[in-house]
Design a protein around this ligand. Structure first.
Ligand code: DON
Length: 321
């Protein structure tokens, strides 16, 4: 076994019994997850796969989708036009906060919090809802190299209970950031969150970003390299919500979490990493996921400032001894 595989096994063993945190319950369907599910997947930019645990267990992508919709919106609108609608400033507030939107008047702070993500999703091009949905599914299937689908019961559950997101959308309409087809915009936002993935898929998506937008298995360019820089920048500063500063300090890589328990991390030029474990903390981040990433960063020198100081020795740990 390679040093990486041995280390992944040891992390899985070490944190399997860490049971703090809770299942997300504000979307009722998410309480159906098992608190025991736990997977770690690493996919290198040249397509090697290392994984341990429940890496084939399906779950909904939730907020991790925001990263990839931001990529689509950048391609649909261009950087400057998108910046006029959605900023790139970390909030230090919870992901579903309404406060910053008030303070900031027209522009939500960044595309990773709900207000900014809803505004971003509203910019996806297409003449009608089905075309926009199909375009989104098409992009996700290019990232994953397979057909993709939406978990309809999670989508319906979120649509029925998403009053706070509906309130955010109404505020955005009030500021003139989005137009008045609020229910269509929210449907697409809830559908993107309800995309079914597994931990392996998430690592492949992260590896695509690590590989300048080229999917490591198909070698297809899925998102323009110029925009990968923009995506990784907002992941780095805003991807972990009101834990983003501490994450940048402790782990030091672009990342994104979702309330179903996934976290992706991108090591540019090297690999994509995903951890899945549904017990989340009060900020919406997977408890085991945070610990696993911290240990991985420490062990292999993933922190981007360690990489620049030559301390990253990840590539030496992939071959079996
Ligand atoms: O907007 C929502 O509530 C969800 N669909 C997405 C939330 C989410 O994953 C936030 N992340 N931690």
């Amino acid at each position: 076994m390679s040093k990486l595989e041995i280390f992944l096994e040891s992390l899985h063993h070490k944190y399997q019994s860490l049971n703090s945190g809770k299942l997300a319950s504000y979307i009722p369907q998410l309480t159906k997850a098992s608190p025991n599910w736990f997977a770690i997947s690493v996919v290198t930019t040249d397509g090697k796969v290392f994984e341990v645990g429940d890496s084939n267990e399906n779950f909904t992508i939730q907020s991790i989708s925001k990263v990839f919709l931001y990529g689509m919106a950048l391609e649909d609108c261009g950087r400057e036009a998108l910046l006029e609608k959605v900023g790139v400033e970390p909030t230090g507030d919870p992901f579903d906060s309404v406060i910053r939107l008030d303070e900031n008047s027209k522009r939500p702070d960044n595309p990773m919090v709900n207000a900014g993500a809803i505004a971003t999703t509203s910019l996806i091009k297409g003449s009608e809802p089905t075309e926009r949905l199909n375009r989104m599914l098409e992009i996700f299937s290019r990232y994953l190299n397979r057909d993709v689908f939406i978990d309809v019961s999670v989508f319906m559950s979120e649509k029925a209970t998403g009053h706070r997101n509906r309130a955010l959308a109404n505020l955005l309409l009030n500021f003139g950031t989005i137009n008045d087809n609020i229910e269509e915009i929210l449907d697409l936002y809830f559908q993107q969150c309800s995309l079914v993935v597994n931990c392996h898929d998430l690592a492949v998506m992260a590896a695509t970003l690590a590989n300048r937008g080229i999917q490591p298995m198909t070698k297809q360019q899925v998102v323009q390299p110029d925009y990968v820089r923009d995506i990784l920048s907002v992941m780095y500063t805003c991807g972990m919500y009101n834990y983003a500063g501490e994450w940048a300090y402790r782990v030091g890589i672009p990342a994104k979490s979702g309330v179903s328990g996934g976290i992706i991390g991108v090591i540019p030029e090297r690999a994509g990493i995903a951890v899945f474990s549904p017990l989340i903390d009060e900020r919406g981040n997977s408890v085991r996921g945070l610990r696993v990433f911290e240990d991985l960063s420490q062990e292999f020198g993933f922190h981007l400032l360690d990489v620049s100081m030559g301390k990253c020795h990840f590539l030496d740990c992939l071959d079996s001894k």
